[in-house]
Design a protein. Structure first.
Length: 94
């Protein structure tokens, strides 16, 4: 692993608008800076996606944070496996 290795946090999310900020701020507190996060909203019925996007926008995180919104329920494992397909070869999934 080199200092250029990018880590990708793949994080399924479902109805967690009250807890998701804690996850985001935990990622932001890491000392390793070469990372991005993909949150997969698994058809949440609350404002999970909106909270993620609001925090990302307010902190100017740009493409470092992305949200994938599912139209049908996939569940945690399937969401993670589906998203891993899009990870670049030089990236490490967390």
């Amino acid at each position: 692993m080199t200092k250029d290795t990018q880590f990708v946090f793949v994080t399924p999310a479902f109805n967690c608008e009250k807890e998701i900020k804690k996850t985001l701020f935990s990622m932001l507190s890491q000392s390793y800076e070469n990372w991005r996060a993909v949150f997969i909203d698994d058809v949440s019925e609350d404002k999970t996606s909106q909270v993620i996007e609001d925090v990302s926008r307010s902190l100017n995180l740009g493409s470092r944070i992305s949200v994938v919104r599912r139209e049908e329920k996939f569940g945690e494992t399937r969401n993670t496996l589906e998203e891993i397909k899009y990870i670049e070869d030089e990236e490490v999934v967390c």
